[in-house]
Each structure stands twice: as C-alpha cells, then as structure tokens.
Design a protein around this ligand. Sequence first.
Ligand SMILES: NC(=O)c1ccc[n+]([C@@H]2O[C@H](COP(=O)([O-])OP(=O)(O)OC[C@H]3O[C@@H](n4cnc5c(N)ncnc54)[C@H](OP(=O)(O)O)[C@@H]3O)[C@@H](O)[C@H]2O)c1
Length: 353
Amino acid sequence: MTAYSRGKTMKAIVTLENGQFTLKDVPIPQASAGEILVKITASAQNPVDWKTALLHKKPNNILGCDFAGTVVELGPEVPDTLRHVGERVAGCVQGGIAPNGAFAEYVVMQAALAIALPDSVSFEDGAQLGVACFTACLALYDCLKLPTPDHPVEESSSVLIWSGTSATGQYAVQFAKLSGMRVIATASPKHFELVKALGADEVYDYANSQTPRKIFASTRGSLRHAMDCFSQDRTPNQVSTSLSKEGGTIATLLPYVSRSKGVQTHLVLAYTILGKELTFPFAYPAVEEHRQSAMEYAKLISALLAKGKLKPVPVKVFPNGLQSVHDGFEYMGAGKVHAEKITYRISDTPGID
Ligand SMILES: NC(=O)c1ccc[n+]([C@@H]2O[C@H](COP(=O)([O-])OP(=O)(O)OC[C@H]3O[C@@H](n4cnc5c(N)ncnc54)[C@H](OP(=O)(O)O)[C@@H]3O)[C@@H](O)[C@H]2O)c1
C-alpha cells in the first residue's frame, strides 16, 4: 500500500502570476464529498497546459490535467463498491485554475469519473487517457450523436476525423471504428500507417489542397459528420468543404463558425464532464448531462482497456519528472509533438522518492 499520511506536503508545479510556474512544496489537496485522493505515478501533457499557464496568469494553482496513479483515500460519500484504496486509476481534472492538478504527487478527482486501469496498462500509458478519451467520446456521442461501441451501427455510415494523428484524433479514430463507422481521417503521410492501424479506412494528407475534394468524392458528397481535432488555420474551411453540399455537423476543439451553408459547428470542451460552471478558457455553464455521460464513458473506457481494445498514443517520457515540465512546454509550444504524448514519471523528479 502507498505510504500516505494526512498533513504532509507534496511537490507540485505551481503557477506564478506572470504566466510562469515553479516546482515547490504545497499542501496535499483534500478529497471532498464524492471525491478520491490519488497518488500520481505518471502525468501526461496537453496543449491546454501551457496555454493555461500563459493565459490564466493567476498564482498558486497547480498545472496539469491528465494523470494515472493509485487511490489512497476515499472522501465522504464514496461507496467502497465504486472505488477502493489501492485501485489503479486514470483521470483528468481542470489543471491550472485551482490548487489541484496533475503535475503533482497527489490529486483529488470525482470518484465516478475515474477510469479503472487494468494491470495490463502501465501508468505511463494510462496517464494520457483522461482528456483525449473524454473529449473524443463527448464529440462523437454527445455532440455528433453517433452510436456507441455498446450499440454499434449495422449499416455503416462515414465520419471524418481531421488530424487523426493528434492525441484526441487517435482515440476518436479508435472509438468511431469500435462504433462500426467507416472512418476517414487526415494525417501527414508519414503517419498514414499508424492511423490505419488504429482503424481508419481511408487516410488523406491534411496539407494537400486536394484532400477535401478527395474526401467529398470518396463519400459521394454524403458526409454529414466530422470531428476537427485541429480546429485552426485552414481546417475550418477544409473540414466544411469535405462535407455534403446539404450541410452537416462538425465537433470542434477550438471555437469557430463554418462559412459553408448548412454546416453547424459545436465546440466540445472536455472540462464540461466535471458538471461545473467554467470561467476559463471560456465562460461556460455547468452541463450536468455531460457529467452523466462521462460516468458512462469512464465505464466504457475501463471495459475497452480490460479487453485490450484501445491502443495508447506512443509515450515520450521526459527524463526529470516534474522538473522537465519547462522543457515539455517548450517542445510542445514549438510544434514538435508528432503522434506522441509527453509524459512525466513523478518519481523521476529530483527530491521525490
Ligand atoms: N476543447 C477541448 O476540450 C480540447 C481537448 C483536447 C485538445 N484540445 C485542443 O485540440 C488541439 C489538439 O490537441 P491534441 O492534444 O489532440 O493534439 P496533439 O497530439 O498535440 O497534436 C499533434 C498532431 O497535430 C497534427 N497536426 C499538425 N498540424 C496539423 C494540421 N494543419 N492539420 C491537421 N493535423 C495537424 C500533427 O500530425 P502529424 O504528426 O501527422 O503531422 C501532430 O501529430 C489543441 O489545440 C488542443 O488545445 C481541445
């Protein structure tokens, strides 16, 4: 069992008010009603982590959203039929806006949103599941209303996953395939085989100006559903023009409006699974339905992992644990992330056993 005694401090990556951050000792957060305390073994990095540090600029918050570790304490009102001390779990929180985040030795999270991690999945692989899997599920099932893997389609229809190599895209391709969809994806040519191995039926080069026309032709102008996992630069136009002339729906990961007639865009925000009103990165009301959906997604993801049906994004472990977060932000900010997930092993941090 993990050694843990209340009242101790922990090391964490804590924000400063100038958009910078530092590794320092802070109090271990406390599990409130319905929450669990998790001792983190590995944390994974998302683009939102460096964006939050840079834009939020409020001090004393802990950065990092994604983690995997071991349950060390159940808060009030958490039945031991739901979670147990010693359980291996993965999950996500909204990092950088409160003194609770994934770039730390401990984190508190909602017990019902934890993903049960089977022994066959390492903590390093499990750390990346939270944001990417919940975002993919919200986009495909809550937003686009596609069938879930529990009730796959009988007659296959198509969905476009733009940026199938991104972390979110890699899981979206897998979930859509498990739902029985015909999956069309985009990637750079060096990653075509990787995206096909995840289940994509067709993969096109996102940088080729002919790609929307080819997707339109391949689907005979019938494509109605897309998830844009890049959602910036040229993709609003590229994704919109891949769709049917009669229109369709795009789940976007950054906000934009399509200029194509009949094309609706819906912003998907992973944090809405928390069922709380958001003030950052956008003001957004609490969406209790998303929290309810996420509880089902946590069970679905756990079941798929236990059956070996979800492939992790290749992990890139930075060498010095939390001490490497500066380097990880620089690497990601410079656009060097390609089909990989920056991951930190907490015990690699100098000063942490
Ligand atoms: N709204 C939300 O809740 C939410 C949740 C998760 C992520 N996001 C946002 O979604 C975006 C993706 O996040 P992520 O973590 O999934 O990404 P990521 O893993 O960091 O994405 C890296 C990949 O992007 C691909 N890429 C680069 N330029 C592209 C382009 N022009 N078109 C298509 N793909 C391109 C590259 O593919 P190749 O290697 O094949 O070149 C690369 O592998 C970020 O902006 C993030 O902030 C939002």
